[in-house]
Design a protein around this ligand. Structure first.
Ligand code: PLP
Length: 475
């Protein structure tokens, strides 16, 4: 039915993008009439109309009205190599011409999938020699649920079924992904979590660490895991899963004592440790994987997003030797997989993307140059009257908006949630050419790894202007 409403402009977006000849309102009408967006209030969207993104280059996006926008969120934390990488599109094109698809079921493989599995084994921490491919982070985390339960079956402990996760975690939107996640709003829709998944508190010092040093709080928060294990019975627990730094939950950076203590507890009770690196993997924190920065060795790593910089969907599970050897030596068929597991085009995109990250030393750049500069810049923004405190780790950072600053993170006065200050601020960002995300009153960024120090300054200037505008609105 919609075809009648389409004109040539809409069917040829690339050409039109260069001519800047979009009919934004027509696109918005069609969008509203036919497109159900993820995580979107459609009644509100209909009033406002979706912003139509048409082109990207480096850290910048252009919308259909010709506005240039700094993408402070790398799309959805994924465009690590930045937009407009022709070598990735060429790699994709060539693979499409050669072999657009073949599966990896039934004793077959493809050249890009073999090469990518090999490269990932090289980039991952030493205990990882194997990878299971999916097309998304959610599917990777679904795979975890089946894989860890299969592992314990094979180990003669089939009763080990429970997976422990954390409140306010995000692990995806499939039934298992959303159950592993700890988002109340998601659990409230669709009868989640599914059985066998339980949650403990998050290591959120500003929210929960009153009266403790950060180091004390890290140990305290890790202790919640031990309490839960003892409550459930250690022989019932299969695995613990966590993001090194919680992303969608609001860039929650744990104290340095947290992850080593989590690892100690997992080892003590022989529980598998899963690091969800869908955001933290591929350089985001200045190391190839976030667990390396946190100095822990997980048994399994899930990944997606940055592996292809989002150019083509791809995800997977890096399987450490403990689980891999058991699956391989004792497991026979693992009755799990996706049509697109190891999709050759996605793998070709990943290979070229990773070549770029390596050749341009983007991970090192985050560690030594842009990460420290973002930290210093955000520390500068913390002088703004609206900002209680700023935090950063590699190329993720957050600003807490408060009614009154305090001497410590625990004695700031917060806005009541009805003010929706984060959303007001996000609105100003949106109108002033910088994309930042609001999680409650916490404003967060995760720019592409190609961002330069000068571009960080440019982004910060716009952020400061938008903070000023927000402050004016609140008066
Ligand atoms: N895990 C984490 C930590 C994520 O941030 C996300 C997505 O934002 C996912 C899993 C789910 O990935 P996907 O949206 O590719 O299914």
């Amino acid at each position: 039915a919609a075809m009648l409403a389409l004109d040539a402009t809409m069917l040829a977006p690339q050409r039109a993008a260069r001519q800047e000849a979009f009919d934004t309102q027509a696109l918005q009408r069609l969008d509203s009439a036919h497109f159900l967006h993820p995580f979107t209030d459609h009644a509100a969207l209909r009033k406002r109309g979706a912003r139509v993104m048409v082109r990207g280059q480096g850290i910048y996006l252009w919308d259909s009205e010709g506005n240039r926008v700094i993408d402070g969120m790398s799309g959805l934390w994924c465009v690590n190599a930045g937009y407009g990488r022709t070598s990735i599109s060429q790699a994709v094109y060539q693979q499409m011409e050669t072999l657009p698809f073949y599966n990896s079921f039934f004793n077959t493989t493809t050249v890009p999938a073999v090469r990518l599995a090999t490269l990932l084994a090289e980039l991952a921490p030493p205990q990882f020699e194997h990878v299971f491919f999916t097309s998304s982070g959610s599917e990777a985390n679904d795979t975890i649920v089946r894989m860890v339960r299969r592992y314990w079956d094979l180990m003669g402990q089939p009763q080990r079924q429970v997976i422990i996760s954390r409140r306010n975690a995000y692990h995806g939107s499939t039934m298992a992904g959303a159950s592993l996640g700890g988002m109340d709003g998601m659990h409230a829709q669709g009868g989640l979590p599914i059985p066998g998944i339980v949650h403990i508190g998050q290591p959120h010092y500003a929210q929960e660490g009153q009266g403790m040093t950060e180091a004390e709080f890290g140990l305290h928060a890790a202790g919640w895991l031990e309490q839960k294990i003892l409550e459930l019975g250690p022989d019932q627990v299969a695995a613990f899963i966590g993001e090194p730094v919680q992303g969608a939950g609001g860039v929650i950076i744990p104290p340095v004592t947290y992850w080593p203590e989590i690892k100690r507890i997992c080892d003590k009770y022989d529980i598998l440790l899963v690091s969800d690196e869908v955001i933290c993997g591929f350089g985001r924190l200045g190391t190839w994987f976030g667990c390396e920065l946190m100095q822990v060795q997980p048994d399994l790593i899930t990944f997606a997003k940055g592996v292809t910089s989002g150019y083509v969907p791809l995800g997977g599970v890096l399987v450490g030797s403990r689980v891999a050897q058991t699956l391989i030596e004792k497991g026979g068929d693992f009755n799990h997989g996706f049509t697109y597991s190891g999709h050759p085009v996605a793998c070709a995109a990943a290979l070229e993307n990773l070549r770029i990250l390596i050749e341009e030393k983007l991970v090192e750049k985050v560690a030594l140059e842009t990460g420290p500069h973002l930290a210093a810049t955000f520390a500068g923004l913390a002088s703004h009257p609206l900002v209680g405190h700023a935090e950063s780790c590699g190329l993720v950072a957050g600003l807490n908006l408060v009614r009154r600053k305090g001497d410590t993170v625990h004695d700031c006065e917060h806005f009541d949630s009805a003010h929706a200050v984060g959303m007001i601020c996000r609105g100003h960002m949106f109108d002033n050419g910088v994309i930042m995300r609001a999680v409650g009153d916490r404003m967060i960024v995760a720019p592409p790894l190609v961002i330069t120090k000068e571009q960080i300054d440019e982004m910060a200037e716009r952020i400061r202007f938008c903070l000023d505008q927000t402050l004016i609105d609140l008066r």
